[in-house]
Write a protein that binds this ligand. Structure first.
Ligand SMILES: *Cc1c(COP(=O)(O)O)cnc(C)c1O
Length: 408
């Protein structure tokens, strides 16, 4: 397609997306205010950016960052730490922190994210299963809503913990709205008040104006190189929720009886504060890019998840291509449009835990940080690429322009 035509197409789609842009901007404004208010309430000052070393006793930067996150997420308490290496680590810590032998974990959004497979079901590697913690799951209904009838039956068996994945991950479904998560949490607690409700919050933070902990979830966990790190947190994860559970989880992170009293960080926590402050706006940029992308790809005859005209509930845009070749060159072109390693051509590759070859585009400042513009997909039918992130809307738009030139 001619350059002029592409520019016209993007302009037209941008006009169509205007309503949704405004809705997303309104959410970002509310989230920015919420974050700013938490900063003011906690009297954040440059002293909080100082480094610590050794045991890190009384690290004011660490302790205050935890309180700040708890306030932003409407939680009693939180752990925010560069010592949590990833989202999977945060989720694993939370599960091991509160579950005990003979307990049951019940997922009500079907199979959890791939990296949790081994955490739950691994053999002889210290998985939940090795500790005799049972796992059950109830899939979402075909229309993407909770299967309340089956969930109700499972609650009779008194699972210690109910697990919900907010984002679609690598599924072809809508991400869940926090309001729907809140409603199911209330219904579950009515039947079985002792049940712990835990949310995999990855890719969901700041997409809506509330978080699951605002609406009754007991524990949320996620990665700091996704949404809440604002694109500049260098590593880490967070867990927020009820004080009693966060305490147990902190004993798992360090040692029983020690918890969050220790843990130093000689770089200081400034980037975590600054990242959290930027996060509502960065997430908005990524979502606006996805909205524009969905209008464009739908117009060109490619199915997307979510479809154009719907307000995204996470920061992932699934795009269904017709052929493996289209999928592969799409990801290669995302790499080409990256500020870092833009000269590198990614190839489909065998990855641990995947049956088919996977292609990944991640030309990012922070390794693997997917709040930055990134794409990946398994090379098999249906040929779906997952496009996510975008630190700036302008970068996303330039990338789309270049992708289209090659695609059509
Ligand atoms: C990214 C992600 C994870 C795992 O996070 P990592 O940082 O990659 O370990 C878990 N669940 C969901 C829904 C995710 O998007």
């Amino acid at each position: 397609m001619k350059q002029v035509k592409i520019k016209e197409l993007i302009k037209e789609c941008e006009r169509m997306a205007q309503n949704n842009f405004e809705i997303v901007e309104e959410i970002a404004l509310k989230n920015q205010k919420k974050v700013l208010d938490a900063f003011r309430k906690n009297r954040i000052s440059s002293i909080h950016f100082n480094s610590s070393n050794g045991y890190g006793y009384d690290d004011l930067g660490r302790d205050t960052l935890c309180r700040l996150y708890a306030d932003v997420f409407g939680a009693e308490s939180s752990i925010v730490s560069p010592l949590i290496v990833s989202g999977t680590h945060a989720l694993s810590l939370a599960l091991f922190g509160v579950l005990r032998p003979n307990d049951t974990m019940l997922s009500i959004t079907g199979k959890p994210y791939d990296t949790l497979d081994e955490v739950i079901n691994g053999n002889g590697i210290g998985s939940l299963k090795d500790y005799n913690i049972a796992y059950k799951e109830v899939s979402l209904l075909d229309n993407g809503s909770f299967d309340w009838e089956t969930i109700q039956k499972e609650l009779d068996n008194k699972p210690k913990l109910v697990f919900i994945q907010r984002s679609k991950g690598y599924d072809w479904r809508d991400a869940l709205s926090v309001y729907d998560i809140g409603k199911i949490a209330v219904k579950i607690k009515e039947i079985y008040p002792e049940c712990i409700i835990m949310i995999d919050n990855c890719y969901g933070e700041f997409v809506e104006e509330v978080e699951p902990t605002d609406l009754g979830a007991d524990i949320i966990a996620g990665s700091l190189i996704k949404n809440p790190g604002g694109g500049i947190a260098p590593t880490g994860g967070y867990i927020a929720g009820k004080e009693c559970y966060i305490k147990q989880i902190s004993y798992r992170l360090t040692a029983p009886g020690i918890g969050m009293e220790v843990g130093s960080y000689s770089y200081g926590h400034r980037l975590y504060y600054q990242g959290l402050f930027l996060a509502p706006s960065t997430v908005k940029n990524a979502i606006k890019g996805n909205i524009l992308g969905s209008y464009i790809f739908n117009k060109l005859g490619f199915d997307t998840q979510p479809k154009a005209a719907t307000i995204p509930k996470d920061i992932i845009l699934g795009i269904k291509f017709h052929t493996a070749k289209e999928l592969v060159s799409f990801c290669q072109n995302v790499q080409k449009a990256s500020p870092v390693d833009g000269y590198v051509t990614p190839e489909p590759w065998e990855m641990p835990g995947y049956v088919h070859k996977v292609i990944m585009a991640a030309g990012t400042f922070v390794q693997g940080a997917s709040l930055e513009l990134t794409a990946d997909g398994a090379v098999r039918q249906p040929y779906v690429a997952y496009l996510q992130g975008g630190l700036t809307y302008e970068h996303y738009k330039i990338a789309l322009e270049e992708l289209l030139a090659d695609l059509i």
